[in-house]
Ligand binder design. Sequence first.
Ligand code: C2E
Ligand code: MG
Ligand code: MG
Length: 696
Amino acid sequence: MLLVLLALNLLISIALSMSLYYFSNTALMSELDGRLLSAARAIPFVLPDGYIDQALLNQLVEEDTYLNNLSKLNQYATQVGVSYLYVLAKVDQQVRYLADSATPGETQQNNYGHFGQSYADQQRAIQSVIETGKNYRGTLKDQYGEFRSLAIAMPYGQGQFYVLGADIAMAEVLARQSSIQLRAIGFGMLLFALGSVMAWLLASRMTAPLRRFSSAVHRFAAGEFDVRMPMHRHDELGNLASAFNAMGDAISAREHLMRQLAFSDRLTGLPNRVKFAELLTGLINKGQPWLAVVMIDLTDFRYINDAFGFEAGDRVLCTMSDRLSQLQPDQLRIVSRVSGNSFALLLSAVNESQVQAQLQTVETILAASIVLGEQKVNVAIRSGIAIYPLHADHAEGLLRHAEVAMFFAKRDRESSVTYDPTREESRLSQFTLLGDLREALTENHLVVYYQPKINVASGMVSAAEALVRWQHPSRGWISPGLFIPFAEKTGKLRGITEWVLREVLRQQIEWNRQGVHILVSVNVGVSDVEDAQFVDFVEAQLNIAGTAANLCLEITETGVMHKPDAMLQNLARLRRLGVQLSIDDFGTGYSSFAYLAKMPVNELKIDQVFVMSMNSTFESVSIVRSMIEIGHILGLKVVAEGVETIGIWQALAVMGCDEVQGYLIAQPMAASDLLVWLAQGPHHPSELTPPSMANF
Ligand code: C2E
Ligand code: MG
Ligand code: MG
């Protein structure tokens, strides 16, 4: 900007000084020419009266007279500021001086000045004036130098002219011109200097705010969102500054919100995991010698969401958050919501015994009932503990280990577990197992075993339960108890269920060809039957299998209990597809009678815990009897699983149990073995031998 203004200023200064020079020079020349004109015109009046007329008549001019005139003209020339004055005319066909102001010592003829030595240009000019009667004005040169000359044609006689001339030495003209030049240059320089100052002022007035603006933008881009522009201008720059500041305010506000969101939990307003880790790191860095981090999980929180809706779930979380926040700093230093239903706490405890006492307080205040609608709900917690510096020396490690410990507390149904690295190793191996599971499904490492069920009244094999086994390439046989619960927790169960279902239906088609028609029960997870797409899958598979399909799905009682409404529709659809439904492990889920009545199921399978303990406790016998009665009242078939002794079989038969399944009859076996076993018959209790303990 400044450069442009300076260039412009230079151009203007040059143009102005050049025009100044031009006008001054023109004025000088016209002043000089005016001086020449008046000096030349005055010559006849300086000379004696009639002198020129006499001289023109070719009368002899006395030398004294000539010299006298010369002195007069010389004096006059000096007075008026010209270098030379002269009168020239043609006398005797020769151009001669009739008078002049400074004749040098030339040879005189008739005492006239001699013009013979004149330069060609000068001669031509004078000849032309004398002959044409036209004045001459210009530069002429002779042996005395160069002059600015004026030669005026003066008429006399018949068409004749003589010349009145005046000269000014070019040296003087040039001296005057160069002083004009100097003045013009000085003026130009002054103008340029003034212009430059103005340009600088203008540029700095315009560019300084722009520079400030540009630096503000750079700082802004670098993350300094609190940079603002001064706004004391009312021009475009002022508008720009206010727009910039408005943008800065908006970004700051958004950043503030983002920071809040990044560090706090929106629902409860508690610090989130990131913030908790930051606070914990701060304490560790301050040199705290011992810290106890606890991760707590609200047990069965999922079911509160399912039964009462998400709003109620949120209310429970906020209540828990309030209760934890009310704890005094001598019990709890930091509380944070780290994920859905998990809270991380930093206890004030300084040793392990204090941890247990403080955790007890936390459990007590959280266990107090919460009113949801017309119901009171009690939320239990499971917690994992990690100690600094014993289990980790940094915040993330402590959080992770507390989480791992909490995972074990949940899995093993303990109220609290302190982190134990050896336990984690086995968990890690489960993770690797989970990775292998994908391969197991694609490489067909899974195998379905079948455990027959016997109709108590007829003693005939009526059905079989499909139980999956994993023939792991390096670990050998893995029982479902080791991978099914884990697969279910990590959302990997669907792949297994679908694989087993396909395999069972394929097997039924094969058996069908061989004349074997038995109902096969397949275990499914609650996440399967919750999903309408799973029902679509079953429908598609049934269509493929056609009439060979004779399917029952077993769902655990705890599973069916929790998602009644969402699941009922799917179960009803499965029933319409001709699939039988069974409630597995009945007795462990505390289903209400009313609830059971609503379920579109065909069968109750009494959990083996009750069946097996019939041998030892009388109470179990009456429980099993009640279960059989409930099943029958509801019009359901009742199956007892885990039948290992003839005594239990007989007791079940007396109580009216419809079917039995257990090691007494047969262990789960490969499909081909089942065919052989079926062919071996009979399977009545009197002919059966109880299983040996080696089979367990
Ligand atoms: P479940 O459905 O209750 O199956 C019965 C379990 O009891 C089977 O164990 C069976 O081998 C065992 N059992 C049967 N009779 C006796 C007996 O007289 N005494 C004793 N002690 N046990 C007996 P398994 O095969 O290890 O399966 C365990 C659980 O794994 C099953 O319990 C079922 O919940 C699950 N499971 C097995 N296969 C599948 C499957 O394909 N899909 C799903 N979702 N779960 C499966
Ligand atoms: Mg089962
Ligand atoms: Mg069972």
